[in-house]
Write a protein that binds this ligand. Structure first.
Ligand code: CAA
Length: 287
């Protein structure tokens, strides 16, 4: 099993917002990155956005021009899971769907080298259940990044029931090598951050639904009154209302308490396709 200093090649699966950000971080940390997505358009978009983000950092003097160009060169786009056979660590950031993730873990278990660590960026799905799809559950772990990954300082590391101490130590040191702080969560629904964040977002929807206040006042209340960088409704749009709803459903079914029951307004927005900033409309409209 690779130790943190031996993690030289990192596979990142999913070239969306989270996958791109994770690929950028790993390349910036000196790793050879294999960015995998079946959709070539998503891959080209990711490369453009990663390059722009790194060049912005270079323009601000936070990164040398040479380090910026080297990081960009370290990212190779690939389209098949087999291309990850030499990765020391694979981090998947595909859609938040247990069946999709499990199928991927079965495939990864077959094609990656026996020493490879398999990580999921899941925001709420059980790491223990994903690990059980493989023959190496001790080498499966959760690495939960926060959006936008290059900016947010945290990685929440989730230990599945069988994750070994060695794998946890390697992933913790690797995360620190990327400049992040690590918190460790046991594998229970919503882990630490979403267990606390999502009920707050849900409560903001209830406040809006029951006419307590306008969306603007709810958000201003939490921004100015409690120093959050974004109000909870704006943050929900930023995360994606579908993602918020899916995490709340995991909390509700996994913890069996009605306090996690999603607000009908959130459900209705998702049913209507108002998924947040990525769709141009959520609680707010984006021009
Ligand atoms: N990629 C790279 N850098 C970015 C970026 C991105 N996508 N977005 C913003 N930045 C950088 C900017 O370049 C800027 O850098 P400098 O200060 O060096 O110039 C800095 O971040 C601040 O950006 P802005 O001035 O444009 O805007 P802002 O001050 O409003 O900050 C924000 C933007 C960082 C997103 C801030 O609003 C914020 O922290 N919001 C809350 C984000 C949050 O809570 N994320 C977690 C969501 S939960 C989650 O992800 C997990 C889950 O499972 C649901």
């Amino acid at each position: 099993m690779a130790t943190a200093s031996e993690i030289a090649a990192v596979g990142v699966i999913g070239a969306g917002q989270m996958g791109s950000g994770i690929a950028q971080l790993a390349a910036g940390g000196g790793c050879a990155v294999l960015l995998l997505d079946a959709d070539p358009t998503a891959l080209s978009r990711a490369v453009v956005s990663i390059s722009a983000s790194l060049r912005r950092l270079a323009a601000k003097g936070q990164l040398s021009q040479a380090a910026c160009e080297d990081s960009i060169k370290r990212i190779r786009c690939v389209s098949a899971v087999q291309d990850l056979r030499d990765a020391d660590l694979v981090i998947e950031a595909v859609v938040e769907n247990e069946d999709v993730k499990k199928k991927l873990f079965v495939e990864l278990d077959k094609v990656t080298k026996p020493s490879a660590i398999l990580a999921s960026n899941t925001s709420s799905i059980s790491v223990t259940r994903l690990a059980s799809a493989t023959k190496r559950p001790s080498q499966v772990i959760g690495m939960h990044f926060f959006n936008p990954p290059p900016v947010m300082k945290l990685i929440e590391v989730i230990r599945g029931a069988d994750t070994s101490d060695e794998v946890f130590a390697a992933v913790r040191s690797f995360s620190e090598r990327l400049g992040k702080s690590v918190i460790c969560s046991q594998d229970y629904p919503g882990f630490i951050v979403n267990r606390i964040l999502m009920p707050m977002i849900n409560e903001a929807f209830w406040a809006l639904y029951t006419g307590v206040a306008t969306k603007e006042d709810i958000d201003a209340g939490m921004k100015l009154g409690t120093n959050h960088p974004m109000g909870p409704l704006q943050l929900a749009d930023f995360i994606g209302l579908d993602v918020c709803l899916s995490v709340l459903r995991v909390l509700h079914s996994g913890l069996g308490d009605n306090k996690y029951s999603p607000c009908p307004l959130l459900v209705q927005y998702v049913d209507a396709g108002r998924l947040g900033k990525k769709r141009g409309v959520g609680v707010y409209s984006y021009g």
